[in-house]
Design a protein around this ligand. Structure first.
Ligand code: CA
Length: 425
């Protein structure tokens, strides 16, 4: 399952670019994530690789023929690995190509980042059993986990058009809500606005309609991972979700981080996938030796909140929780195998959301819904403010990084979004 480690992962590898060797950077030479940037609105999107505080322009350095990100993602894994090696060779300390590569750098602060690729279909899963159990308890105290959960990687088809890039702001959505004691619903601004801490998984190579992707080959169809915030209107959701699941409570905005960290870069951070004692083994199409040995990915995840008061005081934000992607009940490979077992065809640039990634402890909820026990217990912030749900002007920041003895720490960057006042019209 896991891609081979090679010299591009060496912990001692350093770049001629000093900012890439800063121990705190998310983008050392061992990471090399892909994104799209432009110098200004008149410029077209270009493919870049993050290195330290710079971006390497891949077309300019001659490593891609054009700005077609889908074309790059659609290549065979061996070509992805070869490109990674060429990037690593050119950026490493002592490289003969250093001057040519230096010439193709642009500061990250000098550009606008776009979505890393055109996103086709978007599917949101529900892979954290801790999230599913806590949320289930709020609605069904005696029966928190539905009987299909341990057998089916649950998901629903979402909407790609409203997925934006880190730095976005959006107006608080308007929708239908109904208080339990009200005779009829009413239309108005969401009063229970929430975030969801997720990772986004980008599909690289398609499968033909009718052709399933076996779990053993599932990751041959995955390009990499980014951070993903699936903003949620809990009051709309409670009123609309039965019988067909979430609709307008989820499709007004979602936010992605700009850099896709590749499966190659994540290779040192793979972990065995296990089931708690007593849980059923998955059906054979969702099980493989490779998935058990290295199917999980050890990514530390964090949610930060910056309120308008914090912003005014010059405070960057406060961390609300931490969890780890390796605690997910279902892996990336299982999501791909399940999504295609019926013959559904995936396409290059499709996006999977992992679902809210909560940890096992009560303070590891990946949403306010969990941290406030369904809105019953506000959280207290260190500056004395409290939050039950998001307020106008609040900025939510997701962060993620991989850290392991013997490997260089790599990060996913950040995924930042701000809630604005509801529109008056
Ligand atoms: Ca979600």
């Amino acid at each position: 399952m896991r891609l081979a480690l090679d010299s591009t992962h060496d912990v001692g590898l350093v770049s001629w670019l000093e900012s890439a060797n800063d121990p705190s950077t998310d983008f050392p030479i061992q990471n090399l994530p892909f994104g799209r940037f432009r110098r200004d609105a008149d410029d077209g999107w270009r493919i870049g690789v993050a290195i330290g505080d710079q971006i390497l322009d891949l077309e300019r350095v001659g490593l891609v023929p054009n700005a077609d990100m889908h074309g790059l993602m659609d290549q065979q894994q061996a070509e992805h690995t070869a490109l990674r090696r060429a990037l690593s060779d050119g950026l490493r300390h002592g490289s003969d190509d250093a001057a040519r590569f230096r010439n193709a750098l642009i500061a990250q602060t000098a550009v606008e980042m776009g979505l890393p690729c055109e996103i086709g279909d978007y599917t949101d899963f529900y892979t954290s059993i801790h999230h599913a159990t806590t949320v289930g308890k709020l609605f069904r105290p005696d029966n928190p986990l539905l009987p299909n959960y341990k057998w089916v990687p649950i998901g629903y088809h979402g909407r790609a058009s409203s997925i934006g890039i880190s730095g976005q702001s959006f107006a608080r959505p308007i929708g239908q809500t109904k208080a339990p004691d009200a005779a009829a619903p009413s239309l108005g601004p969401c009063s229970r606005l929430d975030y969801e801490l997720e990772v986004g998984v980008f599909i690289s190579r398609p499968n033909a309609p009718g052709e399933r992707i076996p779990i053993e080959h599932a990751e041959d169809h995955v390009f990499g991972i980014a951070l993903f915030n699936d903003w949620s209107a809990r009051d709309f959701q409670a009123w609309e979700y039965q019988p067909l699941g979430p609709f307008l409570s989820k499709n007004f905005a979602s936010t992605l981080s700009p850099w896709i960290v590749t499966m190659d870069a994540l290779a040192p951070f793979r972990k065995n996938w296990t089931r708690p004692e007593g849980d059923p083994d998955p059906l054979p199409y969702l099980d493989s030796v490779g998935n058990r040995e290295t199917g999980s990915i050890d990514i530390e995840l964090e949610v930060w909140l910056q309120t308008p008061a914090m912003q005014k005081a010059g405070v960057a934000g406060e961390r609300l929780m931490r969890s780890n992607y390796a605690d997910a009940y279902w892996t990336v490979a299982q999501m791909v195998a399940h999504h295609t077992v019926n013959g559904c065809n995936l396409r290059t640039g499709d996006l999977f959301g992992s679902g809210t990634l909560s940890g096992p402890a009560a303070d590891q909820g990946g949403s306010l819904l969990e941290l406030t026990l369904g809105g019953k217990q506000p959280i207290r912030l260190s500056n004395g403010e409290t939050r039950t749900w998001l307020e106008d002007g609040d900025t939510v920041i997701l962060r993620g990084y991989c850290e392991r003895d013997g490997s260089r720490r790599i990060g996913l960057g950040e995924c930042r979004g701000t809630v604005l006042r509801a529109r008056a019209d």
